[in-house]
Design a protein around this ligand. Structure first.
Ligand code: SF4
Length: 443
């Protein structure tokens, strides 16, 4: 008998991407085969994200369209998982309007997937989805298999959940409170990955800087990084995301003294206005943020810095916006992800009566983006002539005969080369620059 084929579509952040790798791992362990086209699948799994309400509507639309596939393939199994499913109103919508879905599961019980799938397969013709969504996490479950997208680089979760309750964010409600994995489990996972050929790991957590607070009195994120840095065979260590309120000088010193931790720091600022930062419930001031950024530049001179910025947060005045604009210039970010604030029901900021009109948000967005782009471009121009070590990760679609990869500072570089170099670290001279990428030549 032919094995059943599955297709996974993922929305959202690296956490979700990594969860999808784990779904693949469990599917493969059960003997199923992955396919890249939905039309070839016997089982479709949507791993959803609920950070933006707009995206949530799109996901529901995509689930709705699966009804046509079901008409062509009456035995098609449809599974919906991820953050969106942690919200009771979404389950209600699916039960009412999209009841052809077979299985719904949330973010806390991924490890239950094999048993739930088996049950869903038996109940394939029932009129309602099988729903198992836990309202909170129990223990951190270890040992879930993963099928990683790359053989030479991998995501490693070091913690789950978030305690911060930023007033615009739904994550603490869908991913629960902070739960750190034990240092032994993390080190063992990375050692195994290295034996399998991985040379770069990205440590994941909603707020990696508070790693260990729920487990240890003395041991923190810097201590974990220091131990990973000493593992034989590891060449690059990255991490995300950092919360400025928990970022310490000890962390800067650990990066500066390490061999393998990449000189790249993603530090979401969101706004420069202390008034808005307070409304966002961020628990740091612009002064503290700037002081940390200055120390990073001082102690790690070749550090690259990226950030997240929210434009049009409720009650953001022109002068608040101009403060954020001036911070962008002062810190000279290498990269910034700018988001237009959009209401997220269930969060405190969504209840504010001081929402900013869409046209104002868009005007501010365009202005700051153009500023950030020109800063990023001039920083890239300043790299011309440098020799950078680049981990090659793929073939360039745009430039025939070329490959691309990332510097330690996380800049994308394109240069002439062939696929035999994928997964290796090579020296590349930077010969030209664009806003978002660098052009190089192999040394
Ligand atoms: S730190 Fe704030 S923005 Fe980040 S996940 Fe937690 S609540 Fe959301």
């Amino acid at each position: 008998m032919q094995p059943l084929k599955y297709y996974i579509r993922t929305w959202g952040c690296q956490m979700n991407e990594h969860d999808s790798e784990r779904y693949s791992g469990m599917f493969n362990q059960m003997g199923y085969l992955e396919v890249s086209k939905i039309k070839d699948a016997d089982i479709v799994l949507f791993n959803t994200c609920c950070v933006r309400e707009n995206a949530e509507r799109k996901v529901l639309g995509n689930i709705g369209r699966l009804k046509h596939f079901r008409k062509k393939k009456p035995n098609l199994i449809i599974i919906v998982a991820g953050c969106m499913m942690q919200q009771p109103h979404v389950i209600e919508i699916i039960n009412k309007d999209l009841s052809f879905v077979n299985l719904i599961l949330g973010t806390y019980n991924i490890h239950r997937f094999p048993q739930l799938l088996e049950k869903a397969l038996k109940e394939n013709h029932s009129k309602r989805p099988l729903v198992e969504v836990w309202d909170q996490a129990k223990n951190v479950v270890e040992g879930i298999p993963s099928i990683r997208k790359f053989k030479f680089k991998a995501f490693v979760n070091i913690m789950y959940g978030c305690n911060n309750f930023c007033s615009y964010c739904i994550v603490p409600y869908t991913r629960g409170r902070e739960r750190s994995r034990s240092k032994e489990a993390i080190l063992e996972e990375i050692s195994t990955l290295v034996k399998e050929g991985v040379i770069e790991v990205t440590l994941l957590g909603q707020n990696v800087n508070s790693y260990g607070k729920d487990l240890y009195d003395e041991y923190d994120f810097s201590d974990l990084l220091e131990e990973i840095d000493k593992l034989d065979g590891i060449k690059r260590i990255r991490f995300m995301t950092s919360h400025p309120k928990d970022a310490t000088e000890k962390l800067i010193d650990t990066i500066a003294a390490s061999k393998n931790i990449c000189e790249n720091f993603h530090l979401p600022v969101q706004s420069r206005s202390n008034r808005i930062l307070e409304k966002m419930n961020r628990h740091y001031s612009r002064e503290q943020y700037l002081e940390f950024a200055e120390k990073l530049y001082e102690k790690i001179p070749n550090i690259t810095l990226s950030t997240d910025i929210i434009i049009g947060f409720p009650d953001e005045s022109d002068s608040d916006f101009h403060e954020t604009l001036s911070l962008a210039k002062k810190v000279a970010f290498d990269n910034a992800y700018v988001f237009l604030y959009s209401k997220r029901s269930g969060t405190k900021a969504a209840e504010s009566t001081c929402q900013i009109p869409e046209n104002v948000k868009h005007e501010r967005f365009d202005k700051i983006l153009s500023e950030l782009n020109s800063i990023a471009y001039s920083k890239n121009l300043g790299m011309i002539g440098n020799i950078e070590t680049v981990l090659v990760d793929g073939i360039s679609d745009k430039h025939p005969g070329s490959i691309h990869g990332r510097t330690r500072g996380n800049k994308i570089v394109t240069f002439k080369g062939d696929s035999s170099l994928i997964g290796t670290i090579v020296p590349v001279r930077i010969i030209d620059a664009r806003r978002a990428t660098l052009i190089g030549e192999l040394c």
